[in-house]
Design a protein around this ligand. Sequence first.
Ligand code: SAM
Length: 281
Amino acid sequence: MSNTAGRLYVVATPIGNRDDITLRAIEVLRSVDGILAEDTRHSRRLLDHLGIHRPMTALHEHNEVGLVQRVIARLEAGESLALISDAGTPLISDPGFPLVRACREQGIAVVPVPGASALIVALSVSGLPTDRFRFEGFLPRRQQARLAQLQALRRDTATLVFYESSHRIVETLRDLVEVFGAQRPAVLARELTKLHETLRSAPLAEVLDWVEADENQRKGEFVVLLAGAGEGGDAGATDVDDVLRILLEELPLKQAAGLAARITGAKKNSLYRRALELAEG
Ligand code: SAM
């Protein structure tokens, strides 16, 4: 790398509301030599709206690996470039990873210009615990692979965050109910920052019923969030209740809750509360 190498700016753009672009993003997009965009036609609309007219290059999932060396050469020759995607933060379920990794490996400056990301936007208004969360992005298309991935998350105590499109939202919710149980607390965040922004908090089966019953609720873009196992007084899933019931037949409450926590990975405090409810009920 020469001393005059340019920089790669990783620039977040809005996830819906155009006003959610930052002042710094506008300044950077205006000043770079070129913009690498996932879909140049889509991004041109935003850039035209901002009065920005810089040369654009398409960088998407089908060409991004092949483009890495050419982009690196431009950066090494001193050009500064901005990477944007269709919405939100590049690389978050979006192209850019091979390029950013190559730049970092070759000592080329990669500069973040932060802004919206649907997962953080959804999490921040979900009312679910935000201290620990697990972002799973899009689930696999094939149902068998999807169910296998979900099974592996069943006992995870962190809040779970998924991306989904209108095409598969019903199928995905059905699979979530199958794996996590009807009662797992869920939040469906649809069309965030847009005209039809909708947030629905309810047990999973109710969210599914609601989406199945109303075609309008199947339109747009979705973030699906689930409470972690043992969160929100749901005792995670029915199987946690089963474990507690069996242990309560043989053991005092505190011991049963402690053992159930070790078996299921759920939090001891919430299991203790749940054990109390079960013992009383
Ligand atoms: N890079 C983006 C980000 O930082 O959020 C995500 C890109 S990914 C290809 C697109 C997915 O993000 C959508 O299918 C949806 O799951 C989620 N998403 C993006 N915008 C959204 C919005 N306004 N409301 C709800 N979900 C959204």
